[in-house]
Design a protein around this ligand. Structure first.
Ligand SMILES: Cc1cc2nc3c(=O)[nH]c(=O)nc-3n(C[C@H](O)[C@H](O)[C@H](O)COP(=O)(O)OP(=O)(O)OC[C@H]3O[C@@H](n4cnc5c(N)ncnc54)[C@H](O)[C@@H]3O)c2cc1C
Length: 479
């Protein structure tokens, strides 16, 4: 099947799945008040591939059918530039608020499928071949994937990864006629209600003896025993005047329980192989996926900067402190754009022919953005002040008695109409202060490990060949 339309995507979501929101098991995720907005927004992303086909679609390398560019295995610097343009087009749709649009997993699996050399180590050649076949299925079916790679936290003193005997973490418990049976839990599956399949792949390395936890596979959302417990919804009603962002961009996050789930053999990519598990994420995965995450971040920061300028203009706030704060957002946007450009300019090839941006600039961003994004929200709230709450709703605007008074008493500066001013501050609150904003801030802090962890691991992604000699010169000087 070539690249799907929004309608085809929605039809796929109407299949069976065990998804809970609040106390309710959801019968149809495309038509539930707390999920409908995001389901239809994601359908618009699928449609967008077709309306911007030049940017977003490419021929499948084998069938020639159009597929999203995010499935491409980049084989050159030019391929990376092409993928950048497609990722940006999708990021702009939600101004970066949906982190896990399906392109995130498309990019991940394209990167995996290009590294047979890594996935095939320690006797895992067959698992690696199955992964390549799965990526073909993914791109030809234009499947929406959610994923869960982090172990559930029960007692932090026991470390990040489960040791032998851990009864909470996802593990293999037996073989069945057609596959393996797994039991346990994982966090956290963003996009779960809006996915066709769930992907499990490695994160923190496993200790000796923990082979049963060394798993990677994909499974349809409707697999018996698979359960998704969603966090409280931050989706509001459908009114886009009142809630321009939280009416449609709550991508959801779910705790995943595998209550004895059978995974068919052809979907198992790592089967209790700790060496493969501890290897496959360590080299090309971070810079490959971080092209998607940082193009998104750059889009979101550009949006925040422009929004701050509009807020200031609407009340003619041109004082030095306001301009300093807006300038601060601009530096974050500019540094992010520059780091992505540098990483792409320093792109490199990996064994097997995969090209990715360089790791250093993207890893530095990943460690720093969890600090910048909360600050951006703080600045928007400082600039917005009480104006963020002097924002009548669409229903109040439609009230014949109120409307003339709103137009008279709530205009913006320099002749700006009340409606425009109100729209600006409603947008700002939805972006920086609403429940959606709070969830998104948490996402930015943790979606690929905390800032602290990324800083602690920086030596894995850096090159000391220039820095060290600068110090050595002084250490080796004669007295
Ligand atoms: C909104 C959201 C969406 C997510 N979506 C997904 C998803 O789709 N798929 C998925 O698999 N996962 C997802 N995650 C999970 C994410 O991968 C984890 O939350 C992330 O890896 C952080 O895990 P952690 O709790 O171990 O954090 P930690 O890194 O342990 O951080 C928790 C706190 O401990 C501190 N800390 C950590 N280590 C140290 C140390 N050695 N010394 C001192 N302090 C330390 C940190 O600074 C931080 O304040 C999501 C998370 C969020 C919040």
């Amino acid at each position: 099947m070539p690249a799907r339309t929004g309608e085809q995507f929605l039809k796929g979501l109407r299949g069976p799945r065990a998804v809970w929101v609040d106390g309710e098991r959801i019968a149809d995720v495309t038509d539930h008040p707390k999920l409908r907005g995001a389901a239809h927004a994601l359908a618009e992303v699928y449609d967008l591939h077709h309306t911007h086909a030049d940017t977003c679609l490419m021929p499948d390398p084998e069938t020639g059918e159009p597929i999203p560019v995010s499935h491409m295995i980049p084989r050159s610097r030019e391929d990376l530039a092409r993928r950048h343009r497609a990722l940006r087009q999708v990021a702009e749709y939600s101004v970066g608020l949906m982190g896990r649009t399906p392109d995130y997993m498309n990019v991940t699996y394209a990167g995996f499928a290009a590294r047979l050399d890594e996935w095939g180590i320690n006797g895992n050649e067959a698992g690696a071949e199955r992964l390549v076949a799965y990526q073909k299925f993914l791109r030809r079916g234009d499947i929406s994937l959610t994923h869960t790679i982090v172990q559930p936290t029960v007692d932090k003193a026991t470390g990040d990864a489960p040791g032998p005997g851990n009864v909470h973490a996802l593990r293999k418990i037996s073989e069945s006629e057609h596959g393996i049976v797994v039991r346990g839990a994982r966090v956290l599956a963003t996009l779960a209600p809006f996915a066709d399949e769930l992907a499990v792949y490695p994160a923190a390395p496993l200790p000796e003896g923990a082979d049963a936890y060394a798993l990677s596979f994909c499974v349809p959302m409707g697999a018996p025993g698979l359960k998704f417990v969603c966090r409280d919804s931050v989706s509001t009603g459908a009114n886009r005047f009142d809630h321009p962002l939280s009416s449609r961009f709550d991508e959801q996050d779910a705790f995943v329980i595998f209550d004895d789930v059978e995974i068919p053999h052809d979907r198992v990519f790592i089967d209790a192989n700790r060496t493969a598990y501890n290897t496959v994420m360590t080299t090309s995965w971070p810079p490959n996926i971080q092209q998607q995450t940082m193009v998104r971040a750059s889009t979101k920061l550009d949006f925040a900067w422009a929004l701050a300028l509009r807020m200031a203009a609407s009340i003619n706030a041109a004082d030095p402190e306001t301009m300093r704060m807006i300038g601060e957002i601009w530096t974050y946007a500019e540094f992010t754009r520059s780091a992505v450009a540098t990483a792409e300019a320093e792109a490199r090839q990996w064994p097997g022919g995969l090209w990715t941006p360089s790791s250093g600039p993207l890893h530095a961003l990943r460690a720093t953005l969890p600090l910048w994004f909360p600050r951006v929200n703080e600045i928007l709230r400082m600039i917005g002040s009480h104006n963020l709450f002097a924002t009548p709703t669409a229903a109040q605007m439609a009230d014949k008695e109120l409307r003339p008074l709103i137009d008279k008493y709530l205009p913006g500066a320099k002749g700006m109409a009340a409606e425009e001013r109100i729209r600006i501050f409603r947008l700002a609150w939805d972006f920086a202060g609403s429940a959606l904003a709070s969830r998104n801030e948490q996402y930015e802090r943790f979606y690929l490990a905390s800032s602290a962890r990324n800083l602690m691991r920086h030596l894995a992604f850096t090159d000391r060949s220039r820095a060290d000699p600068l110090v050595d010169r002084f250490l080796r000087e004669p007295y």
